[in-house]
Design a protein around this ligand. Structure first.
Ligand SMILES: O=C(CO)[C@@H](O)[C@H](O)[C@H](O)[C@H](O)COP(=O)(O)O
Ligand SMILES: [Zn+2]
Length: 196
């Protein structure tokens, strides 16, 4: 049985090594964090969405911003679009599952805000519709995906494609990079506040 554990962790480690060797991924995460901090310094907010395990990621990432990651500091403006059961059931029931997140962006998204969409396949229609709505509103878009990037390729201002075809390993790398994204955003944001 331990061989299964070892096999999974070897897959995780190999995927993380591939990410580490990919300068494009590293610089894209850094650039997305800088853009998010710049947005927040101008009063912008971060809206995050995903399905299944990626919905949990959305909530996890937002909690780091609103509560804290490493340092005690002021709260940062971030909202997970995966958590309000009345919104989710009303929109899903009345307008359709594909509009689950785009409808909330219609309500909450403003020019200069950031939408962060997470889809391991890059093909979830509700994430694609949310990116579309965010772009219509002049928001900055960040996409975390994997496999071949699916239909998310070329849609976002910042796209991270984890080089793996295994959903679990893509999610594991997403979570590691989401922590880095939050840490870098908070560093840039509070440096920017000090300078202003
Ligand atoms: O966590 C997992 C698999 O590890 C699942 O819940 C997974 O997130 C769901 O199947 C999602 O619906 C997949 O959507 P996506 O990542 O392709 O957008
Ligand atoms: Zn999962």
């Amino acid at each position: 049985m331990t061989s299964l554990v070892r096999e999974h962790l070897n897959g995780t480690a190999a995927t993380i090594q591939k990410v580490l060797a990919d300068e494009t991924i590293l610089s894209t995460v850094a650039a997305a964090a800088e853009a998010t901090a710049a947005s927040m310094l101008k009063g912008g907010k971060l809206l995050v969405a995903g399905n299944g395990g990626s919905a949990a990621d959305a909530q996890h990432l937002v909690a780091e911003f609103v509560c804290r990651l490493v340092h005690d500091r002021a709260a940062m403006r971030a909202v997970a679009l995966t958590v309000d059961s009345s919104n989710l059931t009303a929109i899903g029931n009345d307008l359709g599952f594909d509009r689950l997140f785009s409808r909330q962006i219609e309500a909450l998204g403003a020019t200069g805000d950031v939408f962060f969409g997470i889809s391991t396949s890059g093909n979830s229609p509700n994430i694609l519709a949310a990116i579309d709505e965010a772009k219509k509103r002049g928001m900055i878009t960040v996409g975390f995906t994997g496999k071949d990037g699916g239909r998310m390729v070329g849609l976002c201002d910042f796209t991270v494609i984890i080089p793996s075809s295994i959903t679990a390993h893509i999610q594991e790398c997403h979570l590691a990079l989401e922590h880095v994204f939050c840490a870098m955003t908070e560093r840039c944001y509070f440096e920017g506040l000090k300078q202003s």
